[in-house]
Write a protein that binds this ligand. Structure first.
Ligand SMILES: N=CN[C@@H](CCC(=O)O)C(=O)O
Ligand SMILES: [Mn+2]
Ligand SMILES: [Mn+2]
Length: 338
């Protein structure tokens, strides 16, 4: 079986963070994460972090370069986060980064797909740290080529698993372009599935009417995309948002969760290529991540678009780290209670 290290360009570096003492009562991420290398015997951690160091897709989409530095900034913010008693036994691994050099984005997405599939097939949950939202086509390829995709769906011996992609984003990212960009990923995957005669359902939480043109809404309709506008996702609408997500979980057998940090208000996530004037409050985004992470259907997650060059006092990196932490710990808590 292929190992994740076969597809990695930059092996993981040592994690750092605050150290308060040796006991488990002081535990933080940097003291728990083990680094995966070519010689690692057991790759199947509960959660495996890997990075996608790319901003080529953002550049091609007329955006602001800098997201290639995102994975390092998220790891740095994750390092000092506490692992409290209920999750102190979580096995966390870092596989290192897939790196996009020059303009070889498509190659990088392919390698990311192979790395993600290797992690899933080892029995671990991959959380991929971006990187521009071109990460999505790579992570999707990983879920699509994993054994979980070809396993039969629930309640049916013959039908393949129903695959749902849930995007938390101000944008549809359904653009048509001659080459892959950070704005084309979901159109690419919908077209690929159509060509293959297979199916994927795509849903988005947080769409901004001001930041998507009519042609993008028309494309969303063509592909029967389910979505909630940012104006439907205020903190008083939490129950409706969670109902929307719960229905999507119920309709599918296998879920890929992707978080584009520009779904959050610019005050919470200034360090992105396209900050949101309104956005969806972190309280709602967190509740959605918690719900999805606690589902055994979750196959992979990623967090995209952190651009440290535009961050203010590391607040976007801290937010990204907090979401990665919640996805990891909610996944683990469900796993140990099952
Ligand atoms: N990842 C994609 N992003 C948006 C960027 C929008 C903007 O730059 O204003 C999109 O393509 O729609
Ligand atoms: Mn976006
Ligand atoms: Mn996006």
């Amino acid at each position: 079986m292929a190992k994740v290290s076969d597809f990695i360009d930059a092996p993981p570096a040592a994690w750092t963070g605050r150290h308060d003492g040796a006991g488990e009562e002081h535990l933080r991420w940097h003291e728990r994460v083990r680094l995966l290398g070519e010689d690692s015997q057991n790759d199947a951690a509960d959660v495996t972090v890997l990075g996608f160091a790319s901003d080529e897709g953002v550049e091609r989409n007329q955006g602001r370069r800098g997201a290639a530095e995102g994975p390092a900034a998220i790891r740095s913010a994750l390092g000092s986060l506490s692992l409290l008693a209920p999750v102190a036994s979580i096995d966390l691994a870092d596989a290192g980064d897939v790196t996009v050099t020059d303009d070889r984005l498509e190659e990088g997405q392919e390698r990311l797909g192979q790395a993600v599939a290797a992690v899933i097939d080892s029995g671990s949950l991959p959380i991929v740290l971006g990187g521009g939202h071109e990460i999505a086509f790579g992570t999707y390829r990983g879920v699509a080529r994993s054994a979980r995709r070809s396993a039969p769906g629930q309640g049916s011996e013959n039908k393949p698993a129903k695959f749902g992609v849930l995007n938390l984003d101000a944008h549809f990212d359904l653009r048509s372009a001659p080459r892959a960009t950070s704005g084309t990923g979901f159109r690419q995957l919908l077209e690929l599935e159509e060509e293959q005669g297979s199916e994927v359902s795509y849903a988005v939480v947080g769409i901004s009417e001001a930041a998507n043109t009519q042609t993008l809404f028309d494309t969303a309709e063509k592909y029967r995309v389910k979505y909630l506008l940012d104006t439907d996702c205020g903190v008083t609408r939490r129950a409706e948002v969670l109902d929307f997500v719960q229905s999507f979980l119920a309709e599918n057998d296998l879920i890929y969760l992707t978080v584009d940090l520009d779904v959050l208000p610019a005050a919470t996530a200034p360090g992105v290529s396209a900050p949101a004037a309104r956005g969806v409050h972190l309280e709602i985004i967190e509740a959605v991540c918690d719900l999805v992470a606690a589902s055994p259907k979750l196959a992979a997650a990623d967090i995209a678009e952190l651009n440290p060059a535009f961050d203010l006092d590391g607040r976007t990196a801290k937010t990204a780290a907090r979401l990665a932490h919640r996805i990891a710990t909610h996944h683990f808590e469900r796993k140990i209670h099952d």
